[in-house]
Design a protein around this ligand. Structure first.
Ligand SMILES: [Cu+2]
Length: 170
């Protein structure tokens, strides 16, 4: 009798676990590619991470939050032009429309890393967890990269970063 009850309970649990997965969780539907975090010099308290989020499903999803162990506070930000100046502003969420690619890139949406607990140097890896509105989460590993702008020294191609645009996340 007891055994029967346990088997039944397990069966119900299995149904409950399998059910939501079939509804299309954002973590399953959204593919993250090209993630990276910006390298910062010593003493710089903040940085940002960028990536492309591709929602390959027929369901709209929403990115609600992000987390990372390298910063005290992590926020979703965008850039707005105000009085001719680019300003950052926190956003409550970032829409990930069905079948569309949403880019987090310099000058636009980004994951803001505030109060760095460590210096971000090239070749390091930063874990970033994306939290979606439906409660599902994805953690990506973002390599730390120097942004291009400070690398143009003598005009030649010597300072070009390799692999630009060709990076794939596993
Ligand atoms: Cu920002």
């Amino acid at each position: 009798m007891n055994r029967c009850t346990i088997v039944t309970a397990l069966g119900i649990t299995a149904l409950l676990v399998a059910g939501p997965a079939m509804a299309g969780k954002a973590a399953d539907d959204v593919t993250v590619s090209g993630a990276y975090a910006r390298a910062v010099p010593p003493g710089q308290p903040n940085s940002a991470a960028f990536m492309t989020l591709t929602n390959g499903s027929a369901t709209d999803h929403v990115l609600l939050d992000a987390e990372s162990p390298v910063a005290k506070v992590v926020e979703l930000h965008t850039h707005l032009k105000k009085d001719g100046m680019m300003q950052m502003r926190r956003v409550d969420s970032i829409d990930l429309p069905a079948g569309k690619e949403t880019r987090l890139q310099p000058g636009g949406y980004h994951v803001m890393l505030i109060g760095l607990k460590q210096q971000l140097m090239p070749e390091q890896q930063v874990a970033i967890t994306l939290v979606f509105k439906d409660g599902s989460r994805t953690t990506v590993t973002a390599p730390v990269k120097k942004l291009q702008m400070k690398m143009m020294k003598q005009g030649g191609g010597m300072n070009m970063q390799h692999g630009q645009g060709g990076m794939m996340m596993k």
